[in-house]
Design a protein around this ligand. Sequence first.
Ligand SMILES: Nc1nc2c(ncn2[C@@H]2O[C@H](COP(=O)(O)OP(=O)(O)OP(=O)(O)O)[C@@H](O)[C@H]2O)c(=O)[nH]1
Ligand SMILES: [Zn+2]
Length: 370
Amino acid sequence: MSTYSSTDTSVVHPLTPLGWNHRVERAFDAVASASAHPLLPARVASSRRGGAVVRLPREAAADYSPAVTKAAQADPSTAPCSGDWVAVRRSGDVWLVEAVLERSGSLVRQGVAKDSHDQVLAANIDAVLICEAADQGPNVGRLERFLSLAWASGATPVVAVTKAEMAGDRLPEVLELVESVTMGADVYAVSAHTGLGLEELSARFLPGATWVLLGTSGAGKSSLVNAVAGRSLMDTGEIRQDRRGRHTTTHRQLLRLPGGALVLDIPGVRRIDVPGAEEGVDRAFADVAGLAEQCRFRDCRHDAEPGCAVNAAVDEGELDVRRLERWNRLRREAEWNRSRGDARLRTERRKQWKAAERQARENAWRKRGR
Ligand SMILES: Nc1nc2c(ncn2[C@@H]2O[C@H](COP(=O)(O)OP(=O)(O)OP(=O)(O)O)[C@@H](O)[C@H]2O)c(=O)[nH]1
Ligand SMILES: [Zn+2]
């Protein structure tokens, strides 16, 4: 692995290799200057209910402070997650996470149960690498879903068509199909086995940038990262198969590529629900959304309304009707998820108001009693 090197002589922050930058520095300074305790910045590699593994830059286990725990109970999306920058302090012989610093792009999974909360899968990400295997389709509906999610995160999506050598002569056809739905996101045909396209893709992994991998199980994410790194950073399918039943879940979740980019490994993202953000869907479907803006009526449902630019494009063969149907479905899903999120928020606010009212009454009562 290459070591981090700075070309100038200024002092390099020890967390720079983990993606530390001015934005994070300002966020940390604001928290640290308001704290009664001396705090240190750290980045979360992985987290679970009561604590996290953080990098200071050395790796350490950290528990959550009562304030962080309380906030996470009220809203789990505030709990530390992979990629988060946090402020920690030493308390006796343990590290305590005192605050989660303000996030830039984060990948959010919609809560699925009724009144369930969104879950932040990865925080402070700059780019999302969507992996779709060339030998199994590819599945454009799935790609559109991943792209919507990625755009909603605020990070830049990049698509890797993995196992490209398996497509053989069909590769141009596969790429054409992929590119018909990627709307300007860059697409790379890669093979971890033959090395195809790895150099071009590697050039995208800029030092200090944080990437997250999306793709179904077996899409070749781990193999791709290992091939780019030139060594085994992640367990691939075969290795996990061998280890089944043994307690060897020691692999890291915040990886550093030789070029200095960071990769967050978020295991177990099977079904992806689009978050309650139609903007993500509309970015992924920029062609359809652009047409919809030209409809005569602002609230056009693109059914049988007169002056519907979307249907006109379908009639003229410029827009695939299946893509239109998939856009409608994802949009409805996003709208529904958002309205559910809004309803949950209203319930929570009501609870908070009630608690505040109760507190005010108690305070008044105590004052009177004095
Ligand atoms: N032919 C071919 N097979 C590949 C390539 N990359 C990965 N594979 C195979 O695809 C299977 C899955 O690869 P992984 O890298 O483990 O896939 P993954 O996306 O990390 O899977 P999860 O960790 O379960 O999400 C393995 O059997 C790999 O050997 C490739 O470029 N070409
Ligand atoms: Zn319309």
